[in-house]
Design a protein around this ligand. Sequence first.
Ligand SMILES: Cc1ncc(COP(=O)(O)O)c(C=O)c1O
Length: 404
Amino acid sequence: MFKINDNYLKLPGSYLFSTIAKKVSAYQAEHPDKQVIRLGIGDVTQPLAPAIIQALHGAVDEMADAATFHGYAPDLGYEFLRNAIAKNDYADRGCEIAADEIFVSDGAKCDSGNIQEIFSVDNKIAVCDPVYPVYVDTNVMAGRTGTYDPKTEVWSDVIYMPCTMANHFAPELPKETPDIIYLCFPNNPTGATITKAQLQEWVDYANRAGAVIIYDAAYEAYISEDDVPHSIYECAGARTCAIELKSFSKNAGFTGTRLGYTVIPKDLTCGGVTLHSLWARRHGTKYNGAPYIVQRAGEAVYSPEGKEQLKAQVAYYMNNAKTIKDGLKAAGYTVSGGVNAPYIWLKTPDRMSSWEFFDYLLERANVVGTPGSGFGPSGEGYFRLTAFGTYENTVAALERIKKM
Ligand SMILES: Cc1ncc(COP(=O)(O)O)c(C=O)c1O
């Protein structure tokens, strides 16, 4: 008789965004005349930039000719893309990362979920609270998180690092020593960042404690302030304690095209074994490479035209962020984020719970956002709006919110 992985049964409810989608569908079925504006899920709305489209077309044409056709991609990624990443995202920022320390993938969600596989089930994880739900949920599936208390919404074997208004949404070093520390800056959902000096403290701590940091930099392109690091490898000592995850989804609109990468420096070892070798083995066994045409599109992100066009795209979303932030402030809300990230984090009014505010906003303004409590217990009483809508929808949503 087969047995299921009953760790899955421990997971509370469905994935946050599935729950939201169901609620919105039910509302729309009941009110077909209402125009709902979605500022909930962090999906982009602008089309792929012309330089990327051109690269895609060129690569598609190559696939039509036996002389230039590409079959299976190298599991770790094509050299042309790994070299472009190593130069632009690392060497140009003074970070020492070699092309063969970069593993190209189909996105940061898979990598952030799969990376835990190369660690023993005995490791204790620490997460910012609130945070992108994939880190905790995938550790639940692996059986690493203990038991769940539905009242407090806390797992017994997870170290939570609360990020609230009191600490400016920046985690403090945990009292109990973790083995694996997930950090995500600029942060989803709070939009907060930490300075290079603050990140250096984490790197020093991890090296002292023998912990590994999994650093999710999916929103790096939105950083506008000088003292905010774009990569954890800007910090001294990060090569011996940090894995970095990156995505092409938010900087270049690849949410539907799918591309990302993970960096594991060869200096990151445990008992003489490099984590690089484990991830290479995992990737080689379970993954057959991002499509050639998509990797060519990824290469175009680093071309001079691509860079210029994407700068404009990020600026477009950040103008939305400013519109939301200024509009909410004018309406009397307490808000943060939106300066180095496309997320605006607001305190729910009148002590409403996050889900109460979700329903209120959907019913009164026909605007969809994301309840903060979906990102962890310390997200209760907060709410996330994204800057990824169109400018017109963003302005319309704010008009409606102001009238509530
Ligand atoms: C922090 C964070 N990491 C990773 C991802 C997923 O990125 P990708 O589209 O590359 O899978 C998201 C998506 O919202 C995210 O917020």
